[in-house]
Design a protein around this ligand. Structure first.
Ligand code: C2E
Ligand code: MG
Ligand code: MG
Ligand code: MG
Length: 277
């Protein structure tokens, strides 16, 4: 880097930082309108049973169809929504919409697939969460066993007492619980013993290195073995290549999702995908 450009670099950098702050502020301000203006949309990524290669479910993934910026990824607005508390009504919308979509698949003759929904930090402390889920499942006339909640490790640790109570309530509704991004959080194995979970999702950061990276391979092998011995369904996320899939199959992983099979797709495409298979 040329010395003479130092000042410019700095000015440029500052501007860039400012514009990030401004962007966050304006997204934050627009976020509360996003719901009422129906700018939020769910896409669905198929989850495949490794043995039968059948679609066993879909994960609902949130996008914001912004009027001027196009489709915004969840990583860009969910943290903001967590800060403002908007995540609570957003999560309610996600749960309702996902259950309605499940009913649409069922009405098209494909009811035997699971719907996975992500629930993040603040929503887990939402006192109406259980009721909202119960109502959404009821309104969709859906068997609750087809609804799976994906929770991340962090908030299982945050408040173990309260979490245990909530998980018990959720389990009594009949929904399934999976631990998302397994391996990158606190990785305390204690809660797997304490909490009744049904599945683990191996984070894509480990899947990425398969099969060549020795430590990634060992970690994934260990997670699968542990999941099996605890009788948890193990799903690998972020599978992009046949080689990765072959490794996972060899190690006895139960299910996978990833670009190798399909990217997240919109509601219409998800229904046609089910019809094709
Ligand atoms: P996640 O739940 O771990 O979801 C998996 C992410 O990996 C998704 O990103 C998905 O599009 C991406 N992915 C899937 N297959 C591949 C692959 O083969 N390669 C690569 N590189 N990526 C792949 P997305 O949709 O951008 O979502 C990011 C995160 O945002 C999610 O991670 C989840 O934590 C959060 N999120 C998404 N939707 C919701 C929601 O409705 N509510 C909440 N609270 N969080 C959500
Ligand atoms: Mg997830
Ligand atoms: Mg994940
Ligand atoms: Mg993730």
């Amino acid at each position: 880097r040329a010395k003479g450009k130092g000042g410019n670099d700095y000015a440029f950098y500052t501007e860039e930082m400012n514009s990030t702050v401004v962007e966050h502020l304006s997204l934050k301000n627009q976020l509360h309108k996003a719901l009422e203006q129906e700018e939020l949309v769910l896409h669905y990524q198929p989850q495949i049973d490794i043995e039968s290669e059948r679609i066993i479910g879909f994960e609902a993934l949130l996008r914001w169809q912004h009027p001027s910026r196009g489709l915004i990824a969840p990583a860009q607005f969910i943290p903001l929504a967590e800060q403002t508390g908007q995540i609570v009504p957003i999560t309610h919308w996600v749960i309702k919409t996902a259950c309605q979509q499940h009913a649409a698949w069922r009405d098209a003759g494909h009811g035997e697939v699971r719907m996975a929904v992500n629930i993040s930090g603040r929503s887990f402390r939402d006192p109406s969460l259980v009721e909202v889920i119960a109502n959404a499942v009821h309104a969709a006339k859906m068997d609750a066993a087809y609804l799976e909640l994906e929770l991340t490790e962090t908030f299982l640790i945050d408040n173990p007492e309260q979490t245990l109570q909530l998980l018990k309530q959720l389990k009594s509704l009949g929904v399934r619980i999976a631990i998302d991004d397994f391996g990158i959080g606190y990785s305390s194995l204690n809660y797997l013993k304490q909490f009744t979970v049904d599945g683990l999702k191996v984070d894509k950061i480990f899947v990425m290195g398969l099969p060549h990276d020795g430590s990634d391979s060992n970690i994934v092998r260990a997670i699968i073995a542990m999941g099996k011995s605890l009788q948890l369904r193990v799903t690998a996320e972020g599978v992009e290549t046949l080689e990765q899939l072959a490794f996972l199959r060899e190690e006895g992983c139960d299910a996978f999702q990833g670009y190798y099979f399909s990217r997240p797709i919109d509601a219409e495409a998800s229904t046609s995908l089910l019809a094709q298979r």
